[in-house]
Design a protein around this ligand. Sequence first.
Ligand code: COA
Length: 184
Amino acid sequence: MDTSDFKTVGYSKTTLTELMIPTYANFGGKVHGGILLSLMDKVAYVCAAKHAGNYCVTASIDSVDFLAPIEVGELVSLKASVVYTGHSSLVVGIRVVAENVKTQTSKHTNTCYFTMVSMDEHHRPVQVPGLILETKDEIRRFADAIMRKTLKKDQRKRLDELKTPMAVENYMKLLQNERCVINK
Ligand SMILES: CC(C)(COP(=O)(O)OP(=O)(O)OC[C@H]1O[C@@H](n2cnc3c(N)ncnc32)[C@H](O)[C@@H]1OP(=O)(O)O)[C@@H](O)C(=O)NCCC(=O)NCCS
């Protein structure tokens, strides 16, 4: 294996810090989830493009759980690093922390994973440099990403198996005891 173009995790580590301004708020006064998603996409792109040395696109975003609301006036930091490299894809892990500068308290509000694909000038996926793992955490994160990838593949396969023979009666069974009515 030619590892001459491999890069360390530190090489592309990126932090984006942004002040949560009033126009980011929803009617409840908290920051819109969409604002955070947009910031996450931005930092994922910077981190991925730096590692890949190429233009990248977002192929998929792992489930995003909002653990705590973010208030206007808080400083939000998004810490991104490459956790896994495949052939043309790589996974960027992002940890989001919101800080109240007055009280000097901070809270972890999200962690999520973006799969980005490196593209050539003809918009075709192109190989990314591999990753040089230097710490136990980096090794663990790389292995975790492989497990998430395998689980996602299994989950898709299982869902397809469940859906294929699923007739209307089966859907009806699933809907039993759920909070919905059929009005047709
Ligand atoms: C992502 C995209 C480039 C993949 O193209 P493709 O023709 O399926 O390419 P490939 O099958 O060769 O896959 C390329 C890599 O992407 C990965 N990939 C493709 N779709 C994926 C998905 N949904 N989730 C995770 N990885 C994915 C493949 O596993 C492969 O990884 P590898 O090279 O490391 O093994 C293409 O679907 C695309 O251009 N999507 C739109 C991207 C975009 O516009 N994003 C912004 C949306 S707002």
